[in-house]
Structures are given as structure tokens and as C-alpha cells.
Design a binder for this molecule. Structure first.
Ligand code: BGC
Length: 572
């Protein structure tokens, strides 16, 4: 296929000046270490991304969200940042970054970068300075250091656990060699939390936002956006007290938790908003905030970050009534905050949706280190692909994705889902990289299975990912899902995504949705402005399609009826 497919041609430079572009964008997440490796060191890099801009353009996305590419020891896949204003030398240079931005923009594609404000890495120069400075020094005050409890300070300041398992406090050795203070880390011990009460920390992040905005970045994905502000005044509650603050699956409702979702976090985002608005078009942001739905609107408000992720569909079963309820609730919520909604089925933290939907039991989602989602028990049981009905999983995944792409708001896609990739369940322990696997033996398998480098060709070294192998092992079955194989197959998932994204760009109008009555409760149908109708059959038996011209379906139709686990778009 040519890289100048007619459907891609509307994405020109003019398209980039629209200040509202983010409201209904199709955003493609790139996990840079696993996308494309230009220098053959086994790790994907920025020149690799630049070399694939034609592919991204032809896919038909509006923006790329780039997971961290900053210098990092990879204690948490790059979410442990050594330097916020540089590029990891294994991934390239700042000049490579500029080249990538230029190439993406020339193709009409915007760039959102991940920003990780809750914690740095333990190799950040500020943290190294803190370790060699005295307790109570300004250098220590950029992080959260406390004296330990017990006669000799040998006990942590509280009994809290980190998100990845194990204690949330780590004891250091003081410069004079004696056992010393403890620092707080919500995630791995290599990820010390910043002290956001410190104006120096705030200033430095404003500098970082301007640094990347000046380089042409269009927006930011804000990691752990609900975690930065803390109140650790004594007496600190116990772990059991914290449990009591948790209202269940929905999160915390009143801002009283010592580290999650405190109201003062919005003062930070008001400052960030002022920086975003210094640019034209204003820079955008999307919050990763695991908060009670009632509190999500503040993150998404125009005075705050502007948009917040909603992971509700990601955590839902493939069931019509659940989808309908989630969509209705989130559209109302987004409208109330002035934002548009966000939708997502897969990302770098969860089991791929083609696999989740093919598991025998689609019972309640398994809870895990980062987010609850089905598939973790399967991974813990060995991740055997034979247990997964891959064909059904993919069929449902395509139907769900096509439904998502018809919704008002922005859709976030994760690299490789356009190839219909399944989760790689079986990775030898010795080759795993995710800290949640090592910190939580027997409880977490970790997130490596969705981070395996992409297959570009059907044969050759690392299936075309790069000349130097792949930093996580790729299974043989990647061959049939390679870009090369799927380009040659008219009915492939890749060609389905291309068609769906091109049509979406053409059909997307005002952010309204009208539910249509259906004969079967397992069928959802809605109309978008301009006569665009989306119908999804969540059941097994074929359903009647409304009258109209079928524009696209996620699987073959049976005459004018819609088979199970299939979505169709019609013009009526
Ligand atoms: C990111 C994870 C990361 C964590 C800590 C999350 O929300 O998506 O990949 O491990 O933040 O930075």
C-alpha cells in the first residue's frame, strides 16, 4: 500500500493548528523500547519511530503518545527518570527527538509525551545529592525523608506498602556510614517520591513542561496524576487505617487519604495550565488518575489538565449492559467537566484486550499492581496460550475497538493492537523485566507480555524490529501478525484498523450520541450526528441490522444480519 493513501491526505499542516484537536483524537501509544530499533542494539529508539512515520500516517492516527524516553536505568520500564530534559542515549539524542517531532508534524501527527512528576529515579542528580547531604538539608527536602521509628530509627516511619509490593519506605546509609533516614517511594525503591510542597520541585517541572513544549511537543500524559501531594503529618495512619479509607473499587471520595487524590494537587495543575496556555495552540494534557469517578472531573477541567483517562471499558466484561452504562456515565461526566471523554482497551500496563476477551471466564477483573484487569490469574497460572480462545478474543476485541472508535471523545490505542497481537503469556522468568514480578513473587507476573517488541516482517532477526535481536523474547506466532503479513491480507486486523480510522476521521462530528432501540438486549446501537450508526452484537446469535448502507464491519456479515461479537457502522 502506498503511504499517501487518499484517506490519509486530510492530515496536513492546517490540521495541526486546531486548538480543539484533542477532543476527539485517535491517539496511538508508543512504548519506545519495543516499537522499532534503528541502531540494532535490541532496544527500540527514536530514529526507529521516525523511520515508521509513514506507517503511522497510513494507520490514520491523529497523535502519538510516547511513553518515557528519558535517561533511565529501567527499574520500571523508563518510569524511573534520571533526567527530565534529555533523551536516554540508548534511544537517541535530543537532535533525534527534534527530527522525530518534525517528521510526525509533517505527517499531520501530534505528539504527547509522558511526564512522570510523582517520583524520579534514584539516579536523578537531586536524589544523589540528597543521599550525600545531611538530614534536614535543602537537598533532602526535595524528596520525602523521615527518621525511622524504634530506639535506633530501625523501623520505617509507617507500615505502608508500595504499589509494587513490599514496604513503601527504604532506609539509607548516611554519608558518615551509619544507618540513616528513610525515604518514601510509592512504586519501586528506585523511584523516590518528590516533595511537592517544595517550590523548587514545582519550578523545575514548569521548566520541564516549557522545555518540551518549546521543542514542539503538543501535549503531556501525566503519570500518577493523583499521587503528588501528600500529608504525612504525625501520627501517620496505619496500613489498616488506610484500607478503611478505601471505598472499594471506586477509590477515595473525600480527599482525606495521605497520598492519593488530595485536593491540593489541583493547585499544581492550575500552574501547569498557565504554562500550557502560553503556547498556541495551547498544550494539552491527560491525567492518569485512579480516583473515584465523582472526583475525576477536576483533573479533566479546562482549568486543570483538560482530560483524564477513564479506564472503565478496559476493566469491563464484553457485555452490552456494562458497556452501555459505562458509556452513558462517562459521557455525562465529561460533559459536566467541559472535557471530552477518553476511551481505552489496552496499554503498557495491562493484558492485551484480544487476550482478555478470549479467556474462558470473563468473571470479575483481577486486581493488580497498577490496575484491575482480567488476565492476571491466567498469567499467574502460566499464561498458556492454549487456554485462550484467541480467535474469539480477537473477534470481540475488533468489535469493541470499532465501537470505541465511534464514540464521542478520544480513543487511545496501544501499539500492536492494530496487528491483533495477543499477550505473550510465557516469558522465561530470567528474561522478565518488570519490577512488579520481582517484588511480588507469586502475586504478580508483571507487564512484560504486552511490551514485547513489534513484529514488522514475517521472518528475519526479531521479525524486523531491528538487526540486533529483541530485548524481550518474541514468540514464533508473531510471524503471522507482522505488519508485512497483515498488509498482504485484505481482511487483516491492520487493514481493519486503517479502514476504521480513516472512516472515523471522515464521520466524526459533534460530540453527541443517541442510543437507538434494539430488539435484543445483547445488541447496542447508537447514532452520531450526520447519520452515522454503530451497532454491536455482544451475543452469540446473529442480530438484525437497522436499514442503511454498511460502511464497515469488524468481521464478515451474514447477509444483512450482524453475527455475534461483531460491530457494523452504517449510514442511515
Ligand atoms: C504507569 C506505569 C508505572 C507507574 C509508576 C503508572 O501509572 O503507567 O507503567 O509503572 O505509573 O510510574
Amino acid at each position: 500500500m502506498s503511504t499517501t493513501a487518499p484517506e490519509a491526505q486530510h492530515r496536513d499542516a492546517d490540521h495541526l493548528s486546531d486548538p480543539e484537536w484533542w477532543r476527539q483524537a485517535a491517539v496511538y501509544q508508543i512504548y519506545p523500547r519495543s516499537f522499532a530499533d534503528a541502531d540494532g542494539d535490541g532496544i527500540g529508539d527514536l530514529p526507529g519511530i521516525t523511520s515508521k512515520v509513514g506507517y503511522l500516517r497510513e494507520l490514520g492516527i491523529d497523535a502519538v503518545w510516547l511513553s518515557p524516553f528519558y535517561p533511565s536505568a529501567l527499574a520500571d520500564g523508563g518510569y524511573d527518570v534520571d533526567d527530565y530534559r534529555d533523551v536516554d542515549p540508548r534511544l537517541g539524542t535530543l537532535a533525534d527527538f527534534d527530527d522525530m517531532v518534525t517528521a510526525l508534524h509533517a505527517a499531520g501527527i501530534r505528539l504527547i509525551v509522558d511526564i512522570v512528576p510523582n517520583h524520579s529515579s534514584d539516579r536523578h542528580e537531586w536524589f544523589r545529592e540528597a543521599l550525600t547531604s545531611e538530614p534536614g538539608s535543602p537537598a533532602r527536602n526535595r524528596y520525602i525523608f523521615r527518621d525511622g521509628k524504634g530506639e535506633h530509627g530501625e523501623l520505617p516511619p509507617s507500615d505502608w506498602d508500595s504499589v509494587f509490593g513490599g514496604p513503601a519506605w527504604e532506609r539509607i546509609t548516611e554519608p558518615d556510614g551509619t544507618p540513616g533516614q528513610w525515604y518514601f517511594h510509592l512504586f519501586a525503591k528506585e523511584q523516590p517520591d518528590f516533595n511537592w510542597d517544595n517550590p523548587e520541585v514545582r519550578e523545575d517541572f514548569l521548566k520541564t513542561l516549557r522545555f518540551w513544549s518549546d521543542r514542539g511537543v503538543d501535549g503531556f500524559r501525566v503519570d500518577v496524576a493523583h499521587g503528588m501531594v501528600k500529608d504525612f503529618s504525625e501520627p501517620m495512619p496505619s496500613k489498616a487505617d488506610l484500607q478503611a479509607l478505601n471505598t472499594g473499587t471506586d477509590g477515595f471520595v473525600d480527599g482525606s487519604h495521605p497520598f492519593w487524590d488530595r485536593d491540593a494537587v489541583h493547585e499544581i495543575y492550575a500552574e501547569w495550565r498557565a504554562v500550557f496556555n502560553e503556547y498556541s495552540p495551547a498544550r494539552t494534557a491527560v491525567a492518569e488518575a485512579w480516583v473515584h469517578p465523582d472526583r475525576r472531573a477536576r483533573y479533566a477541567s479546562p482549568e486543570g489538565l483538560g482530560q483524564a483517562f477513564n479506564f472503565d471499558l478496559l476493566q469491563a466484561d464484553f457485555r452490552a449492559e456494562d458497556f452501555r452504562e459505562i458509556i452513558t456515565k462517562n459521557l455525562a461526566e465529561a460533559a459536566a467537566s467541559g472535557a471530552s471523554s477518553t476511551w481505552v482497551f489496552s496499554n503498557h500496563d495491562v493484558v492485551r484486550h484480544a487476550t482478555r476477551y478470549g479467556l474462558p471466564e470473563s468473571g470479575p477483573a483481577d486486581s493488580g499492581a497498577i490496575m484491575a484487569n482480567a488476565g492476571k490469574s491466567w498469567l499467574l497460572d502460566g499464561g498458556d496460550p492454549a487456554v485462550v480462545d484467541a480467535a474469539l478474543g480477537l473477534r470481540r476485541a475488533r468489535a469493541a475497538t470499532q465501537l470505541m472508535l465511534a464514540l464521542p471523545g478520544s480513543s487511545y490505542l496501544y501499539q500492536g493492537e492494530e496487528l491483533g497481537l495477543q499477550e505473550v503469556g510465557q516469558i522465561p522468568d530470567a528474561e522478565r523485566q518488570d519490577p512488579s514480578f520481582f517484588r511480588n513473587p507469586g502475586v504478580e507476573i508483571g507487564r512484560d507480555g504486552c511490551r514485547v517488541p513489534l513484529p514488522w516482517t514475517s521472518s528475519g532477526s526479531s521479525f524486523g524490529f531491528g538487526a540486533g535481536g529483541s530485548h524481550l523474547p518474541q514468540p514464533q506466532w508473531f510471524a503471522e501478525h507482522s505488519v508485512q503479513a497483515e498488509e498482504a491480507d485484505e481482511d487483516s486486523t491492520l487493514n481493519f484498523y486503517r479502514k476504521a480510522l480513516a472512516l472515523r476521521a471522515e464521520l466524526q462530528g459533534a460530540e453527541d450520541l443517541e442510543w437507538l432501540p434494539t430488539e435484543e438486549p445483547s445488541v447496542l446501537a447508537f447514532r452520531r450526528p450526520g447519520g452515522w450508526i454503530s451497532v454491536t452484537n455482544f451475543g452469540d446469535a446473529p442480530a438484525t441490522l437497522p436499514e442503511g448502507e454498511v460502511l464497515l464491519s469488524s468481521g464478515p456479515l451474514e447477509g444483512h444480519s450482524l453475527p455475534g461479537a461483531t460491530t457494523a457502522w452504517l449510514r442511515a
